[in-house]
Design a protein around this ligand. Structure first.
Ligand SMILES: Cc1cc2nc3c(=O)[nH]c(=O)nc-3n(C[C@H](O)[C@H](O)[C@H](O)COP(=O)(O)OP(=O)(O)OC[C@H]3O[C@@H](n4cnc5c(N)ncnc54)[C@H](O)[C@@H]3O)c2cc1C
Length: 290
């Protein structure tokens, strides 16, 4: 393990930062996700919770699919019948979907100063522009960017570490005991105190392993562009002249060209699709049967 030092910052920007702590209902490990829906049946009410806008009319369902993009990326081929149009399938293939996890460490007593908000880990002799070594087993923890001190301390002395990328996915394969012991090693190195008490408990997210998420949020991968996001967001059927009624709508962070990967992007995409339905209901001609 290299030598490390720490810095304190007062704010934290970007996806996976502070706001995530407040807005995400994401640390509910062990929650059973809903069962997969059976789309082709499409008769009667399909109830999938808040993530679906649905209609009970047989033969004319309007669904709004807002499932986590990772699930769609992995499963769209067997999820839809008939399959998604080639253009949309290609867009899904091009866009990236990554992993960002949180590691919560609870301590008997804080070893940090009361005013400290963030403990940032900086590895000496390594450029932040370089990926750490490919040896994940030996180096995964070096991807950890630091720890946020959770407030208020009356609720416990808890640090929340952030780790993204392949290293984060590797971390998911380890046991709690292994993560706890590695975090203890990192913190002992960081503080220069080899006897620093180990955390009394550890709790972490596993967004990559969770079968209904398969990761954290989308990104514009090398070789993809905002155009792929727009294609993904297109409702089906795509051609406005297609005589068939609107069948399938797409929402979720990965469908927002500007604010992909964020909660507000997800929210705006939901409003966008709700507005599409509003326009459908307002349109002259026979009232769509939903
Ligand atoms: C660690 C972390 C930190 C983050 N920090 C921030 C931040 O600071 N700021 C910010 O703006 N964003 C942040 N984000 C991103 C933000 O959380 C997401 O962009 C947002 O929640 C995505 O919303 P969504 O509606 O697209 O997907 P989700 O909220 O994931 O909703 C999709 C839902 O579909 C369900 N589902 C999946 N498959 C099926 C199925 N087959 N049937 C039924 N249901 C299914 C899933 O269980 C899930 O509940 C963070 C994310 C992570 C993981």
């Amino acid at each position: 393990m290299g030598r490390v030092c720490w810095l304190q910052l007062f704010f934290f920007g970007g996806g996976g930062g502070h706001t995530g702590l407040g807005v995400l209902p994401q640390v509910h490990l062990g929650v059973t996700p809903p069962s997969p829906p059976s789309l082709p049946a499409a008769s009667g009410l399909v109830e999938m919770g808040a993530h679906w806008i649905h209609g009970p009319s047989p033969g004319n369902p309007v669904f709004c699919l807002a499932t986590r993009y990772g699930f769609l990326k992995e499963r769209h081929q067997d999820f839809f019948q008939p399959p998604l149009p080639k253009r949309k399938a290609e867009a899904i293939r091009h866009l990236g979907f990554g992993t960002n996890n949180k590691i919560f460490l609870e301590f008997e007593q804080p070893f940090w100063e009361p005013q400290q908000q963030l403990l940032e880990v900086v590895w000496e002799d390594e450029s932040p522009l370089e990926e750490p070594s490919a040896n994940l087993e030996a180096n995964w923890f070096k991807k950890l960017i630091g720890f946020v001190v959770l407030q208020p301390p009356e609720h416990g002395h808890v640090l929340c570490g952030f780790i993204a990328g392949e290293e984060s996915e590797y971390m998911e394969t380890l046991s709690d005991a292994e993560v706890l012991s590695t975090m203890t090693r990192v913190l002992r190195t960081l503080t220069g105190n080899p006897r620093l008490p180990a955390p009394r408990s550890v709790l972490r997210s596993r967004w990559h392993s969770a079968s209904y998420t398969r990761g954290s949020y989308s990104y514009v991968a090398v070789g993809s562009s905002g155009d792929d996001i727009d294609v993904l967001a297109q409702p089906l059927p795509e051609d406005p002249k297609d005589p068939r009624p609107l069948q399938l709508l797409f929402a979720g962070e990965a469908t927002h060209r500007t604010f992909y990967s964020t909660t507000h992007g997800a929210l705006l995409s939901g409003w966008r699709e709700a507005e599409r339905l509003n326009q459908l209901f307002k349109a002259p001609g026979p009232t769509p049967q939903l």
